[in-house]
Design a protein around this ligand. Structure first.
Ligand code: ATR
Length: 283
């Protein structure tokens, strides 16, 4: 009998445009690992059954994306400390048909993109993160781990930002506020963690947030600059980037957890940027 090939997938809804199969196929080729990785659309209410079916059919690991990250957190009986704290799981290791381990690689993906790929030293810096949803919760602990002077969470619904800041107050200097409460302060790093870019929207932010050496980061990835990126450019930010690197870095950490080897991310980030560009041009 031929050896069974280990199966991996990303579960989400919608998931058709996921770039994870593209990324993991390149990681597998680069490291000589035999595996398959597909994008699977899961219907609401079917997540637990879909994971169990996948586990029975040679499934070894899953990435989990919107809207199932909280369900994956509940499903995983054992979790890493970072996933536990994030309240969300984006990576499942399937040990057995009913034995799943949960991890969250989003935060480390963001931090590696910022500190390694973009060579930012965040120690002693002032960081502003806009948004207070699940995506932001997942990155707070690793961001605080870089030793910033302060982390400000600003959100349209102020109460959510204040709650998040309270939840992580033991880990560092962190405050929550509304979008109109900056009091003329500017920041060294501004991260857009809202879902506004998905709809081509821009959170209402004052230009005074940006000074001549501010670095601006949109956690969303896109072939064209997002409204947040265009705003940051117009306000004179030193550098403005999207989340393509974060996407590849979180995938690399998942791959390492599953396969025990670390792929090189730079060539895959470049290939993904080219792919996104091609897809835009052919539209
Ligand atoms: P995700 O899992 O992507 O974080 P979410 O939990 O629904 O999604 O959170 C979306 C975040 O984007 C929230 O912080 C939301 O602000 P509210 O809490 O006030 O809803 C923010 N957001 C979405 N669209 C926005 C917009 N047009 N302007 C400002 N903030 C926006």
């Amino acid at each position: 009998m031929p050896d069974k090939i280990d199966r991996y997938a990303v579960f989400g809804n919608p998931v058709a445009h996921s770039k994870s199969p593209f990324i993991h196929a390149r990681f597998a080729a680069q490291t000589g690992q035999k595996l398959t990785y597909t994008a699977e659309r899961v219907e609401p209410g079917d997540f637990e059954n879909a994971v169990a079916r996948f586990a029975r059919n040679d499934g070894k690991g899953l990435n989990v994306t919107v809207p199932f990250k909280q369900e994956a957190w509940q499903l995983a009986a054992r979790k890493s400390a970072r996933a536990d704290r994030a309240g969300a799981v984006n990576t499942l290791i399937i040990h057995d048909t009913d034995d799943y381990y949960g991890d969250n690689t989003d935060g480390i993906g963001l931090v590696r993109d910022l500190t390694i790929n973009h060579a930012l030293d965040l120690e002693g810096k002032s960081i502003l993160i806009v948004g207070a949803g699940g995506a932001v919760r997942g990155v707070i602990e690793p961001l605080l781990g870089t030793g910033p002077a302060s982390l400000t969470i600003a959100n349209r619904t102020k109460a959510k930002a204040v709650q998040l800041a309270n939840d992580f107050a033991d880990l560092g200097q962190i405050v929550g506020c509304g979008l109109d409460e900056f009091g003329g302060n500017s920041f060294d790093l501004i991260i857009n963690g809202t879902s506004a870019s998905l709809r081509g929207e821009l959170p209402p932010l004052p230009g005074t947030l940006i000074h001549a050496s501010t670095f601006c980061y949109d956690m969303m990835y896109a072939p064209e600059p997002t409204p947040f990126m265009r705003w940051a450019q117009q306000c004179g930010a030193r550098q403005v980037v999207d989340g393509t690197g974060m996407l590849v870095e979180q995938a690399a950490e998942s791959f390492r957890i599953w396969r025990g080897c670390t792929p090189a991310t730079a060539p895959v980030i470049e290939a993904l940027r080219e792919q996104l560009q091609l897809e835009t041009e052919s539209r």
